[in-house]
Design a protein around this ligand. Structure first.
Ligand code: F6R
Length: 603
């Protein structure tokens, strides 16, 4: 989830691009870069880390006079966050910036390399600029070359190209990630990934639709789709920057819940293909001789790991253990040399998980980090890494990171099951079909959100919450309870439904809320009996299920899904929205709950 800006005009280009990037920093910033062109003069600067590093690097540079400029903040998905991998990427005489993932970059790269093109970076993006220049040499027409380039790309992209071949022009294209264009009264043109950088420069903007592309010069913006010119509708820009950064949502957490559908696509891009699973970043050998999986994490990431443990055992038929990192560190663990030790972490910096990883590594175990932040301590330390590609997560309460962790782990399970020939082709196809359906499952239905907002008022009093479920819905219950307690400060616990009768049910009375996860595909009757026991003791029950449950006091109907993991993710969204709406009603700061930090780098 990177950020992109572009500008055509006579103002000081560096300042416009840098101030635009500043507004986009919330989208991710492991590195950033800028390229400006005035006439034949091209300048490019890149820096690793925060945007202030790029500001420092460009402090003595000015770019007055008419020209074009593009800039980028990066959140690494292919290649480390280094200067070489930062955008803009250079061909011979053109620069490109890109958000998204080019799924078929390896095929394109192989062909270009055969033609003698040298690649500098490890990114998927660099192929775009070389392809553009190759076609420009063939066609001697930069726009036709751009059109042809776009037609070869598979994946998601917001692309800006500047080139000496058309010094007054920016070429642009958009598919599956946002791109916005605005023009001021003097015909100067501005591009951005979101509204915030454009506020103050233009009054209205065009939100490009997927597969739109075109070119812009001063006073001219030509937009095409399927080779035909489009005259898209303009929309007034919001005027409040912080509102614009949250893209119209009240809190970053809310925005991140809504983003889950998009990031799910990114997580799978290039990995779920033709009915099977592929990871460019790991080699099958890491599973050689492995007879056990040990998953280790904290908090929400622990819940993702616990969810995955059911899948590893059931689908990949391998013994699996899950460890809370803070416990693992001091329990003098008895380690099996044939275990693959997997740490799961959004930040890659959590002290307990990092220490656990060191213990496993020192003991000679093979290690794998499932992480959202490239170049983080865990990514640097682990023997193998798979990035979850959730983009930066601003809300302290983790939402989209959890989604991508569970998805990535599920993909690893399928990868292993396929490697060991445990699943038939049809079974694997069925699983990948369920994965590919997730972006749809994760889309937030506004009617559902409104219903949750309305019923949330029933839950502001009482003496606590039980979240209950079975199988993978047990870790989901734990996660639902954690989300609620983190941001509402209400007392909530997650339990395995079958455990209620072994003690917790003693707490049930009319002041205790039970949030019951009743999926159709997993142990429905068993969980239902547990909920009936609670209803019989006058507990207040919110049932979340595709099947009507007559004993519930509140009911949220989910869809009839074919796969239990689709039910899992649909219910997860319900639980996230439930916690959010209760917390908003209580007047809490959802994004920065008391006593919590986004990254826990202390013991
Ligand atoms: C809860 C939450 C935390 C983290 C935990 C581990 O919403 O975000 O429980 O999951 O602190 O953090 P990471 O995943 O960065 O290792």
């Amino acid at each position: 989830m990177c950020g992109i800006v572009g500008y055509i005009g006579s103002k000081e280009k560096k300042s416009i691009i840098l101030s635009g990037l500043k507004e986009l920093e919330y989208r991710g910033y492991d590195s950033s870069g800028i390229a400006t062109m005035s006439g034949e003069k091209i300048d490019c600067f890149k820096a690793v880390g925060k945007l202030s590093n790029l500001e420092e690097k460009t402090k003595n540079f000015t770019s007055d006079g008419f020209g074009v400029a593009i800039g980028h903040t990066r959140w690494a998905t292919h290649g480390k966050p280094t200067e070489i991998n930062a955008h803009p990427h250079l061909g011979e005489y053109s620069f490109v910036t890109h958000n998204g993932i080019i799924e078929n970059y390896q095929e394109i790269k192989d062909e270009l390399e055969k033609d003698g093109v040298n690649f500098l970076s490890q990114t998927d993006t660099e192929v775009i600029v070389h392809l553009f220049e190759k076609f420009n040499e063939e066609l001697k027409d930069p726009f036709k070359a751009f059109e042809k380039t776009i037609s070869k790309l598979v994946g998601s992209y917001a692309i800006l190209i500047i080139s000496k071949a058309a010094g007054d022009t920016i070429f642009f294209a958009k598919n599956a990630v946002p791109m916005i264009i605005g023009q001021d009264d003097n015909g100067e043109v501005f591009f951005s990934s979101s509204d915030a950088p454009l506020i103050g420069y233009v009054k209205d903007v065009v939100y490009l639709d997927d597969k739109m592309y075109g070119y812009a010069k001063k006073g001219v913006v030509e937009i095409y789709k399927n080779h035909k010119t489009i005259k898209p509708q303009k929309h007034a820009l919001p005027t409040d920057r912080s509102y614009a950064q949250k893209e119209g949502f009240r809190f970053f957490m809310e925005k991140e819940i809504y983003e889950q559908s998009t990031v799910a696509t990114e997580t799978m891009m290039g990995r779920v293909k033709n009915g099977t699973i592929k990871f460019d970043e790991i080699s099958p050998e890491i599973f050689d001789g492995i007879d056990e999986i040990v998953l280790c994490a904290c908090g929400t990431s622990y819940h993702a790991a616990l969810t995955a443990s059911y899948l590893f055992e059931r689908v990949a038929k391998i013994r699996t253990k899950v460890e809370i990192a803070s416990e693992f560190r001091y329990k003098e663990p008895f380690l099996n040399k044939n275990s693959l030790f997997i740490v799961v972490s959004q930040s890659g910096e959590t002290a307990d998980t990092l220490e656990a990883l060191k213990i496993a590594k020192d003991a000679g175990l093979k290690t794998l980090a499932i992480c959202n932040v490239d170049n983080s301590s865990m990514v640097r330390l682990a023997g193998n890494v798979i990035l979850t590609r959730a983009g930066i997560e601003k809300g302290v309460a983790s939402t989209k990171a959890f989604t991508t962790q569970v998805m990535t782990l599920w993909m690893v399970v399928l990868y292993l099951a396929n490697l060991r020939k445990i699943l038939s082709n049809d079974e694997l196809k069925n699983e990948t079909k369920a994965l590919l359906n997730l972006p749809k499952v994760l889309e937030v239905d506004p009617k559902l959100h409104e219903k949750i907002r309305r019923i949330s008022k029933h839950y502001l009093h009482g003496h606590g919450f039980f979240f209950i479920g079975r199988d993978v819905f047990y870790p989901l219950a734990l996660e639902g309870a954690l989300k609620l307690k983190e941001i509402s400060y209400l007392h909530a616990e997650g339990y395995a439904s079958g455990e209620m009768k072994h003690g917790p049910i003693a707490l049930v009375d009319e002041g205790l809320f039970t949030i019951a996860l009743l999926p159709k595909n997993t142990l429905y009757e068993k969980t239902k009996s547990n909920v009936e026991e609670i209803a019989a003791r006058d507990g207040f029950v919110l049932a979340i299920s595709p099947l009507e449950f007559e004993l519930s006091d509140d009911f949220i109907k989910t869809s009839e899904q074919e796969h239990f993991m689709s039910e899992f993710f649909e219910m997860m969204v319900v639980l996230q929205l439930f916690a959010l709406e209760i917390s908003i009603r209580l007047g809490n700061d959802v994004d920065m709950p008391r006593n919590l930090a986004k990254s826990v780098t202390v013991e």
